[in-house]
Design a protein around this ligand. Sequence first.
Ligand code: GRF
Length: 188
Amino acid sequence: MRKIAIFASGSGSNAQNIIEYFADSRQVQVSHIFCDKKNAYVLERAKNIGIPTVVFTKKEFNNSSRIIDTLQNEGIDLIILAGFLLLIPQNILEAYPNKIINIHPALLPKYGGKGMYGMNVHKAVHEAKEKATGITIHFLNEKYDEGEIIFQAKCEIKENDTPETIAQKVHALEYEHFPRVIEEYLIS
Ligand code: GRF
């Protein structure tokens, strides 16, 4: 069994989608949800589905060994970032080379980098009158949003789309592709 830990800071709809995708898998198990926001809705989802959670503060994440110790003690093979907003500290990057995968809600290298998360991305894409956007699934390295790209998928933007409808289209792509790309990476 390959074990996944999902890191999320917000709603966690991708986390839930990934958990449901692997619920009956004999090869892949979502082991824990790691979360830096004690009121995040992802914790409610995890509770309802019955997945254990690890909740921590930013300070603890950066200055203690609790998170990496937990990952290693639980035998986590792969870390999935699904709407996780903190930078990953060096000790975790070093312990999981090419084993941390992030999803970004745009076509990197465009619309990446500092401040480019959640609705900020879709607003920027809308303002630039882009004709297309999409998702990028990539490995994480020390520079956020610059790790090797594993997969991208595109969707069209129509003239009457708003940042909200763009977000919906991007979410649909995320739900369709993210679990499958994780599965292919883990069991190929
Ligand atoms: C997703 O669009 C993901 O790409 C991004 O943050 C969003 C998280 O949504 N980085 P959710 O918490 O999975 O609903």
